[in-house]
Each structure stands twice: as C-alpha cells, then as structure tokens.
Write a protein that binds this ligand. Sequence first.
Ligand SMILES: Cc1ncc(COP(=O)(O)O)c(C=O)c1O
Length: 400
Amino acid sequence: MSIIADRIKRIKLSPSVAARGIIAELREQGRSIIDLTIGEPDFSTPAHICEAAKRAIDNGQTKYPPAQGVAALRKAIAARLQMENGIDYPIGQIIVSTGGKQVLFNALAATLNEGDEVIVPSPYWVSYPDMVLVNGGEPVIAQTDLASGYKLTPEVLEAAITPRTKWLIFNAPSNPTGAVYSAEELRALADVLVRHPHVWVMTDDMYARLSFIDRAPSYILAVAPELADRTLLVNGVSKAYAMTGWRIGYGAGPAGLVGAMAILQSQSTSGASSISQAAALEALTGPQGCVDEFAAIFRERCEVACDLLASVPGLTLIRPEGAFYAFPDCAALIGKCTPDGAVIRNDEDLCLFFLRDAGVAVISGTAYGAPGTFRLSFAASLDDIRAGCLGIRAACEKLV
Ligand SMILES: Cc1ncc(COP(=O)(O)O)c(C=O)c1O
C-alpha cells in the first residue's frame, strides 16, 4: 500500500520548477542560459515596505496574528476593493492568506465535493487544474484561441456550464497570455452567468495593476455588481509590489464562503506571517509610485520583446495588454526539422531546441493547456530580453 494519498497522485510538479531543474543542469555544464521562464518580478521589494516589516519586528509584532488576517490590513484591503470594484466589504468578509495561491486553494478546498466541475479557461495558469483535482473537483477546460485574443467568449462559457458546475475561475490580465477584457466583454460574460445562478466566480486579479494599456483595468464586479453574492475576489501583493517571497494574498466574498475558508485556515496555517502582513499593510497604504514604475518597466520590455518576436518566421503573436509575459503561437514550426535532422514534434521539442541551440529558456504552452505556443517572461533585463528574442529568431531561422 502506498503512503501517498490518491489525490496527490492526480497532480504534478509545476512546470516552472521543472524548467528551473534543466536550466540549473545546463549551467552546471558551463552553458550560459538566458532565463525567460521566471514568474515573478525581478525587482527588489520597495524600501519603505521592507522598513515597515523591520518596524513590526522591533515593535514585537511576532505573535500569532488573527487567523483570518490582521484587522488593519483587512481594512486597507477593503478600501482598495471599494476603489477597484465599487463594493463595500466588511472586514469579516475578507481573508488574508499565505499568497493568492492559498486563497484560491482554500476556496476550492472549502467548496468542492467529489466530481464538482470547475470551468478553467485555457490557456490557464498552471496551478488551477491541479488545485481543482487535488480537492476532488473536475477541471472543465474552456478552450479559447488566437482568433479571440485568448479571451473567453460568452458562447464558450455557456457551452462549458453544466448542472455540476460550481465555479468559473477567471484571470485577467492573464498569466500566460496577458489578455485583458474590456468592460463590454466582461458584461457579456456576466450576462451568461446571470442566467446560471448556481455558478460561482473566482476572479484572480493578481496582475490587474500591471497593465500595458492606457484605460483603467475593468473588474468584473464593477461591471456586474449583481454577481457579488457568488463571487470571490482574489488578489495579493506578490506581483504588483514585487513581494512574492512575503507570501501575502487576500480574498473577499460572501460571508459564508469566507467563513468556511477561515475555519480551514485556522486548522492549517493559523494565518499568514504577522511580519509579512505589516509589510503588506504598508504596500497597500504607503506611496504607490513603485507600482507605476514596475508597470512602466514591464511595458517597455514588452514593446522590445514583441517587436522582436513579431519578426520571427513561424511565430504569431498577440500583444499582451498586461501581466509580464508574451505568449507566441508557434504551430507553424511544428513538423519542421532542426539542422541535425530532428523533427520538432511539438512545443516542448521547440522549447528544448531553443534551450540547446540558443541557450534561451522559455516554457512550453502545453503546460498552460495550449499546445503549439510558449510563454516568454519579461522578468529579466532588457539586454537579456533582447538577446533572448534574437536567439529565438536565429534558432527559428535554422528550422526547415
Ligand atoms: C495568475 C496567478 N494567480 C495567482 C498566483 C499566486 O500568487 P501568490 O501566491 O504569489 O500571491 C500567481 C503566481 O504566479 C499567478 O500567476
């Protein structure tokens, strides 16, 4: 009998962790590798936020925090959510967890019964299907395509809904595609959801403040407040404030749901680190210029990367409107041969070819539920992004 539970056998190691292993191996062999796989900002956490954490230590904020989150932080989150979504959440309806990832996980763990379906639009962030699976649910992949800009359409959403659907997981700007929805597009999706009152919405707004477009980001509840009694808003400080290692995320939603998530959290982690919560409070209430600076840097890198990728034979690219990734379609290169006669059978072969031929690491789209694509991260210097894209271009030019 195996010591490992069956539910763990349903899931796998994250592909970025796997990519890191191959990169480390090649570097050990003396290869110089440009790593464009990274899923976190390459900036340091702003100094004023670090100072707040140091003050928290000096002030003795080193005891167990309330399991659902420090009240002052939840008040600051409420103020931000009111600004973004126009909804007033009492702090009892807000939970602070160990990263946005734990908010999503807690919500699924607190709500899924065996066989419940969760709609996951593809391309998706790699963790969604596995988080559904490990909690006994069935991911229902709603396929989007290049033609729709990798955006979920009302038709595709409608077709994915069944009587067993419990959640739609919605993520914009999207990791990996950078797709952003207009208020009209969100309204059209909301109209479908209004017709299916048993479907709840988990909206992952993790990248909402890293947008490359001039209009303000649209939030689903700002457009369709009538969905508030079945929506969980998920966000955090990891991406916008370069705070991935602090592990602070938050969720807001109906009292019953958030209460169940809080019970689960009280019996698992007992809440997020008190020092990190002090830092997150400063992030949300202190000077916000750092977020704009990060967004501007990502935007510049995005322009450089996209201009170069647009010139690569065999790649088709939709310019991302947010987050910090490009997501080229490489289907036209599948079936071609490398100079030593190997056939590129799929996007995974192509990414390995980029790695071995050009020393450039990217993540294959299969990991995101989108074979025939790959993800290239802008969390690298402009020089590396330029050299990486030129390396990819040179490698693609060798394929026949
Ligand atoms: C779409 C998306 N949601 C959620 C997360 C989790 O963020 P964290 O747990 O660091 O707050 C990530 C991290 O990569 C992400 O890409």
